[in-house]
Design a protein around this ligand. Structure first.
Ligand code: C2E
Ligand code: MG
Ligand code: MG
Ligand code: MG
Length: 284
């Protein structure tokens, strides 16, 4: 009985795994087609100054509009692209496109345009020896100044050390800023802040979510702004969804925040509010 049962269990799992592998292969193949036929597009989410909401920077986020399946989240397809290697080509397209867009904003909007643009880079891109050169060429081709660009990486991607850390040094030498994304949720090590060049700490949404609850919930958000200030880093609070969270973050000393409360990711965020916030008509 035991043998038969475990045999059946094995077969059942094997089918399940086959299905998963099949889905992964299918999605992987569709990514190739999507890249060739222009199904990806970029959106930009504001990173704003507290409390007035002037747009200081934007984060570039990729979107996939699948012709049959509709919207597919980057949470679902970035890991597949990472595993099948297509992230190199997709990531290069994202980087070039974002640099060109930022460059156009400066040409069209001048100082109403955001100061910085962030682009996410995945572990495999960072580990590649040619990544810093790719960034340099995207900057050169678009005419964007290196000091305008921020590359967002996760702690986990640089945790292992090795080539990813070399890449960060090369990027930093170019003048590009480095942001640690989702800070506090990965292979967190405060020691990382001393060994890799970091300019920006993006405090993860999970620490913002609980900030207005009674009790000990603001402890981590409080500690992280102190770490950032103490090390001379810029802190950005991620995933701010309410006015209460924004007020509490400001009270704790956060100067920058990102989240649906301030702006969703859009193809063309409304930067005119930067001009308006300088001279508030309501105040006249
Ligand atoms: P991330 O880099 O931490 O990006 C922030 C994510 O949080 C985005 O989801 C954004 O839409 C979402 N978000 C922003 N504000 C709020 C909020 O107030 N509430 C909630 N619930 N969510 C908020 P998105 O665009 O789905 O991206 C998810 C993840 O996918 C990103 O996390 C990043 O890890 C990855 N990703 C997205 N675009 C790219 C890309 O161009 N390249 C790479 N390598 N990864 C990307
Ligand atoms: Mg990010
Ligand atoms: Mg993030
Ligand atoms: Mg996050």
């Amino acid at each position: 009985y035991a043998a038969k049962t475990s045999g059946e269990t094995c077969r059942w799992y094997a089918t399940e795994l086959d299905q998963q592998a099949g889905e992964e292969a299918r999605l992987g193949a569709e990514l190739r087609t999507a890249l060739d036929s222009g199904q990806f597009r970029l959106v930009y989410q504001p990173i704003v100054e507290l409390p007035h909401g002037r747009i200081k920077a934007v984060e570039t986020l990729v979107r996939w509009d699948h012709p049959e399946r509709g919207f597919i989240s980057p949470v679902d397809f970035i890991p597949v692209a990472e595993r099948n290697g297509l992230i190199m080509e997709l990531g290069a397209w994202i980087l070039r496109e974002a640099c060109h867009q930022a460059s156009r904003w400066y040409a069209e909007l001048g100082d109403v345009a955001p100061e910085h643009i962030s682009v996410n880079a995945s572990a495999r891109q960072l580990a590649h020896r040619g990544f810093a050169a790719l960034v340099a060429s995207a900057l050169e081709d678009s005419g964007l100044s290196a000091t305008r660009l921020t590359i967002e990486v996760t702690e986990t991607a640089v945790f292992e050390g090795g080539p990813a850390v070399d890449t960060l040094h090369r990027l930093h030498d170019l003048g590009v800023r480095i942001a640690l994304d989702d800070f506090g949720t990965g292979h967190s090590s405060l020691g990382l802040l001393q060994t890799v060049p970091v300019d920006v700490l993006k405090v993860d949404k999970s620490f913002v979510d609980t900030i207005t609850m009674a009790g000990r919930h603001a402890v981590i958000a409080t500690a992280l702004i102190q770490v950032a200030d103490g090390l001379g880093l810029t802190a950005v609070a991620e995933g701010v969804e309410t006015a209460e969270q924004a007020a509490e973050l400001e009270r704790l000393g956060y100067r920058l925040a990102q989240g649906y409360y301030f702006g969703i990711p859009e193809a063309q965020p409304d930067f005119r509010r930067n001009r308006e916030s300088a001279v508030d008509p309501a105040a006249i």
